[in-house]
Design a protein around this ligand. Sequence first.
Ligand SMILES: Cc1cc2nc3c(=O)[nH]c(=O)nc-3n(C[C@H](O)[C@H](O)[C@H](O)COP(=O)(O)OP(=O)(O)OC[C@H]3O[C@@H](n4cnc5c(N)ncnc54)[C@H](O)[C@@H]3O)c2cc1C
Ligand code: SF4
Length: 485
Amino acid sequence: MADPKGFLKTQSRELPKRRPVSVRLMDWKEVYEQQESGALRRQAGRCMDCGVPFCHQGCPLGNLIPEWNDLMWRGEGRQAIERLHATNNFPEFTGRLCPAPCESSCVLGINQPPVTIKQVEVSIIDQAFANGWVTPHPPERLTGKTVAVVGSGPAGLAAAQQLTRAGHTVAVYEREDRIGGLLRYGIPDFKMEKKQLEQRIAQMQAEGTRFRARVEIGRDIAWDDLRARYDAVVVATGATVPRDLPIPGRDLSGIHFAMDYLVQQNKVGAGDTVADQITAEGKHVVVLGGGDTGADCIGTAHRQGALSVTNLAIGQQPPEERPEAQPWPMFPTLFEVSSAHEEGGERVYLASTVEFLTNEVGEVRAIRVAETEYVDGRRVPKAGTEREVPADLVLLALGFTGPERVTIEDQLRLTFDGHGSLERGATYETGEPGVFVTGDAGRGQSLIVWAIAEGRATASAVDAYLEGETVLPFPVKPTDRSISV
Ligand SMILES: Cc1cc2nc3c(=O)[nH]c(=O)nc-3n(C[C@H](O)[C@H](O)[C@H](O)COP(=O)(O)OP(=O)(O)OC[C@H]3O[C@@H](n4cnc5c(N)ncnc54)[C@H](O)[C@@H]3O)c2cc1C
Ligand code: SF4
C-alpha cells in the first residue's frame, strides 16, 4: 500500500497547472505544465489500496491502479511502467485523453475528491519515455502466420502490437497519409502533441509491425484479395460516418462536418499545405454539438483567430454534482469545463437549430435557433422562441452514425446491427472465418480506452484462432458496457 496515512494527510486533488489562456492560444502545444514531483507523490500516496479496488472495474483496461500508485509513491518509476504496460499498450494516450472513469469509481471518491489516477498514469509513461525505459519487445520466435489490420487508430494499433509480440507477422493498412486514426487527425495537438504517436509507432516498427499508409482496403486492394494474402484480417476502420443535420439551408457554403475541419488543421500542424483550408480566422463560428469533438472545434477556432465562438447543444446542461440517479461508483454525466471551454466562447444549452440562413451569395450568415422543449420525451423546438445567431462558419459535431458500409458490405459480406455497427460474435469474429472486427467499427462511437481494450482482446482471439490457444489477455467482451462508461 502507498502511504498508510496519505489519504488523511492530503485530502484534496492536486493537478498540474494549465498554461495561461493568453499564452496557450498563441500556439498548438499541449495546455498542461509539468507537475512538480512532490505533488504527484502526494497524490499517489492518497491511494488506499482498497480490498476491492473499484477503480479496476472502472477502467475498461483493468489497469492495476493501486499497484502503480504504490510504486510511484515509493519512487519506483521503472517498475511502475512495467505494471502499467501489463494492461495498457498506450498509457501516453489514455493518460492525456481518457475521461478517467476510474476516478469516478475510486473508493476515496465516496467522501473525498478521488485520487488523480489519470495524472499518475501519464506521469509514469512520460517519465519512462524520458528515461529510455520504453524499449521494443520483439517476439522471440515467429509463428509464420500473417495478420492484416485495417485501420490505424488505437484499436488497430493495440491489436497490431499484441499480435506482433505474439510472433505473428502483422501489417497495418491505413488509407490516410499518416498512421494514427483519430489520434492523428481528429484530436488536436493542444490535447496531445503528435510526438506521442511518433515515439510509439517507432517502438512498434522496431518490434516488427509493418505500416502501410495511403492504402484503402476495398479500393486499392479488394477485401477478398487481402483475405487471400493473410491468415487473419482485423477490421479496425472506426465509426467515421458523421451525423448530419438535414434542415433548410444545409447546402449553404460555410457549413462543414467537424472532422473535415479538424483534419485540415492537424495536417497544417504537421507542416502540410492545405489548399482552401476551412478556417475560423475573422469569423463568427457556431459549433453544433456539445461533446469532445465540439470542444476540439472550439479550441481550434480560438487558436485560428475566430471573432466569436458559440457552442449550441440541443439538450439540458448536465449537473455540476453527481446526480442521485448516477451514484458512486458509476461514471456520471457532469457539466465539464475542458481546457477548450476555459479559453472562451459561449455555451448555450436547450438550443434547437431550425434553419441555416443565407446571405446574398449563398453563404451561411446566421442560424435560426429555438429553445428546446421536451414533448413526450422528444426534443422539439418551442414555438415563439426563435432567434438568430450570427454564423460565418458552422461546424457540425453531432456524433457519428457508424462505420462506412459500401465495400465492407459488398466485398467482405459483413453484416450491420440495428445501431449501424459491424456485427461480431463473443470473440470479435464475424460470420466470415478469420475476419475480426474491433474498436469503434463494432462498438459504435466510443473512447480511446475502450478501443485499446478491444484491440487487446481481439488480438487474443486472433491468436487463439491462428494457434489453437493463447496466453494473450482478453480484457473486454464486445458486449461489455461497464457501469462506468
Ligand atoms: C474529434 C474527436 C475527438 C475525440 N476525443 C477523444 C478524447 O479526448 N478521449 C477519448 O477517449 N476519445 C476521444 N474520441 C473518440 C476516440 O478517438 C475513438 O473512440 C477512437 O479513436 C476509436 O478508435 P478506433 O481505432 O476504433 O478508430 P479510429 O481512431 O477512428 O481509426 C480508424 C482508422 O481506420 C481508417 N480506415 C477506415 N476505413 C479504411 C479502409 N477501408 N482502409 C484503410 N484504412 C481505413 C481510418 O482512416 C482511420 O484512420 C474523439 C473522437 C473525435 C472524433
Ligand atoms: S485508462 Fe482511463 S480509466 Fe483506465 S486508469 Fe487510465 S485514466 Fe483511468
